[in-house]
Design a protein. Structure first.
Length: 343
């Protein structure tokens, strides 16, 4: 009787194993079928891309024979902008996606989280300025993107859709020469960011403040040059601090403070869209002002050599999605350089 029970128990185990084997075989068939479908889909996509590449030149040729409305803005290289700034004392106001969004009454970055009609109007005025001492920088995004990384190309294409491109071209002039706003972004975006080229671009950029008495007008959490040697060749550094976000809310106070400084001072600005307007107003008042934007973060990323944007402890970055914990900057040299705080 006991042997019979053991036999029945073993039989039940065997039947259970057989059912499990059958179940696994069916699951395996599903996986194989799914993998085959994925491979077939990938092969089809690859072939579609081949067909697209083979035919694209003819499609583009047709577009050239029958031009669309619009134009390609004339954008001089960043090196030319640096030459104008160093040799002729020109100022630079830069327009990126955040500034164009502000003109259109939209919010794109945390630098500017409020829609301000006055800021929008002032940015539009600066963009259309004819002041010969003020260079207007716009991003070199409108034609070939081959000099950028694949990630940067995807980001630019995603942003510069036909509607946004149309908005830009309605504000720009086809005969005016602009300057590459990426002059102060020499590292992350470029396909050659793992070569010696970024170092050379930074060395060229440093000529702007070489031997100059500088005043940084920056957000209170920016910390330009703190912890690195980016501005080590400047003669002296002082700082005027503004809010980390929505700096235009303190604009008149900041502008008045700047105008109280010596005329031979070079102003380096990192204050979101407010910096673009400030560069223009200081230029009109007889000062030299250069909107350097994210240059310090770019240099920090360059020093790390990873070829991508990463959080930098203690420094504000509006382009990273995650929340940042920012504490007051305790660097003694930094604190000693602050001459006014409107944060």
């Amino acid at each position: 009787m006991e042997l019979e029970q053991q036999f029945l128990s073993l039989l039940g185990i065997v039947e259970g194993l057989q059912r499990r084997v059958y179940q696994l075989e069916e699951e395996n068939k599903l996986l194989i079928r799914g993998q085959k479908q994925i491979l077939e889909w990938a092969e089809q996509k690859q072939q579609d891309n081949v067909y697209f590449q083979e035919n694209a030149v003819y499609e583009l040729w047709d577009r050239m024979q029958h031009p669309m409305d619009g134009f390609f803005p004339k954008i001089a290289a960043g090196e030319q902008a640096i030459s104008e700034i160093v040799a002729h004392g020109k100022s630079l106001a830069r327009f990126g996606d955040g500034e164009f969004a502000a003109i259109a009454g939209r919010i794109r970055h945390r630098f500017q989280t409020e829609i301000e009609e006055e800021l929008s109007q002032r940015l539009k005025e600066v963009l259309q300025s004819e002041d010969e001492n003020l260079l207007i920088g716009i991003a070199d995004n409108y034609g070939s993107l081959e000099k950028y990384t694949e990630q940067s190309q995807r980001e630019i294409r995603c942003y510069l859709n036909p509607q946004v491109r149309k908005e830009h071209l309605e504000l720009l002039h086809s005969e005016k020469t602009y300057y590459d706003a990426y002059v102060t972004r020499p590292y992350v975006m470029y396909r050659d960011n793992q070569t010696d080229a970024p170092r050379k671009r930074f060395e060229n950029l440093k000529k702007i403040w070489d031997g100059r008495d500088c005043i940084f007008v920056e957000g209170c959490c920016s910390g330009l040059g703190v912890g690195n040697d980016l501005f080590g060749n400047a003669k002296s550094i002082q700082r005027i601090l503004g809010p980390a976000e929505n700096a235009f809310s303190r604009y008149q106070e900041i502008l008045s403070c700047c105008k109280a400084q010596e005329k031979g001072t070079l102003f380096l600005l990192a204050l979101g869209p407010a910096a673009t307007v400030l560069a223009s107003d200081l230029c009109k008042a007889g000062y030299q002002a250069v909107d350097v934007g994210h240059v310090d973060l770019e240099y920090e990323w360059f020093l790390r050599g990873e070829g991508c944007r990463t959080p930098i402890d203690g420094k504000y970055n509006n382009e990273l999605g995650e929340e940042q914990v920012l504490l007051p900057i305790r660097d003694e040299a930094y604190i000693s350089q602050v001459i006014a705080d409107f944060s």
